[in-house]
Each structure stands twice: as structure tokens, then as C-alpha cells.
Design a protein around this ligand. Sequence first.
Ligand code: SF4
Length: 258
Amino acid sequence: MSNTLMLSDDKLFYTLEGESEYIGQPSVFMRLSMCNLRCPGFASPGSPNGCDSYISWSIKNKYTFQQIWDEFFIEQGFADKLNNGAILKYTGGEPLVQQKKLYKFDTFLRIKMVERFRNIDNHGYARMRTDFETNATILPMSQWVPRATFTTSPKLTSNGDPESKTYKPEVLRWHVANFSGFKFVITSDKDIEEIWHKYVEDKEGINVPRNRIWFMPACGSREEHIERAPAVAEYAKAMGVNFSPRLHLLIWDKALKV
Ligand code: SF4
């Protein structure tokens, strides 16, 4: 297996986590290319392809592990950010599409970090915080635990892909067993009925605990966020789950490239 990864057009960047459990924390995002879903139901005049991470569908950015280390972690200073405690976020697209190569890269990166900073954990690797953003349809390899945590964003019927692709009970049960976070974009009370029916009080034995759920407003701008957040906050209070704003829209009025 070659030591390469396919990256999205925005590749790696440093920002603050914008949603759910680690909101506001300094983070180095590594956006991987490709996704196993399409999300046509998310299409809008501003996002005609549906997917709000459409730049991740690009497959022209093939990088060797060494190039990623040199160009981003050294030249752009992201290794220093991680060493200072920033979270490394593997996102996409769906980062688990490339998980075998990514695991190899993760090992490469941890060894490089140890060589540079001598910052070693109990397993002999660099002490790094790593979190995935995943659509929860691909089973993570068992080796990721305890190296990484997972923030899932399961897709509801409104995403427009067939349920056979978006709803994978065995993957969801794995995430519950491994304390992953579950964030849901809420457009109406119909979404909440679906969440309860399929994820919380469901027949598949998924039973996501309420304290591992985050409701977020469906919005594409600061103005829409301000308008829609109060209703979603009330839903969160009523159902006993967490509410998460979408920080990038509130601060920068943009969802990507900030
Ligand atoms: S799951 Fe995410 S990255 Fe994949 S198509 Fe849907 S919005 Fe885009």
C-alpha cells in the first residue's frame, strides 16, 4: 500500500472547532478527499450539489506522507500547534473511506512528532489529541481506539440518500460503545421524531445516551443561525440533549475556509 493520501482542495488548515463537544478549541483540520454518500437533499441555491463539503469530492490532490509532514506540519507550523494541545481533526468527505492508509499516516505522524518534540504517551507515540468527523456509515478499525475519538454526524432522511446507505446499526452501536459524540442538524420536529425512532428509543439497540447528543440549527449564514437557533435550543432543552451553535457562521459568517 503506497504511503499517500488523497486530500480535499482545502487540504489542512488551522482554526477553532466550530461545533459540538470540542467547540471553540484550537484545531488542525485535515480534510480528506472522497465520501461514500452524496447528500442530494441538502441542495440549495447557494449549494447546488447538496454536500456542504463539496470541495472534498476533488481527487486531484495526492500527497505522500512526507509531503504532508513537510508542507503542512513543518512549513505551516501545524506540528507546533498539535504539540501545544490543538486537536487534530480528520474530516472530509468521509475520512474513513481511506482509513487503512490514514492509520498508517497517523502512525507516521506520531513518530515524526516524537522525533521532533520528545512528547511521548504510554504507547510510545506522540501525545496527540485526535478526533474524527464521520457520517457513521463505515466501521472504524479497532486499532483507532484509544488513539482517536469520534464525532459522528448521522444523516437523516432529509439528506436524500437511500436509508440503506445512511443507516448502519452495527456502526452506530460501535460508536455508542466507544463514547462517540452524535451531532444532528435540526430543521423541524420531524427530525427529532426520526432521531428518537432510529437512534435513541430504537428497535436496533442503538440507544444513544442523551448526554452524547448535540442538536444544531440547520443554517447557511449568520442571519439564518440567529433566526433558527432559539427554536432548536428549546428542542434541546425539552429532549434533555446538548445544544451546539455553529461557531463559524456566528463568527465569520462562513462554514468553510475559515
Ligand atoms: S456525508 Fe458530508 S461530506 Fe459526505 S456527501 Fe454528505 S455532506 Fe458531503
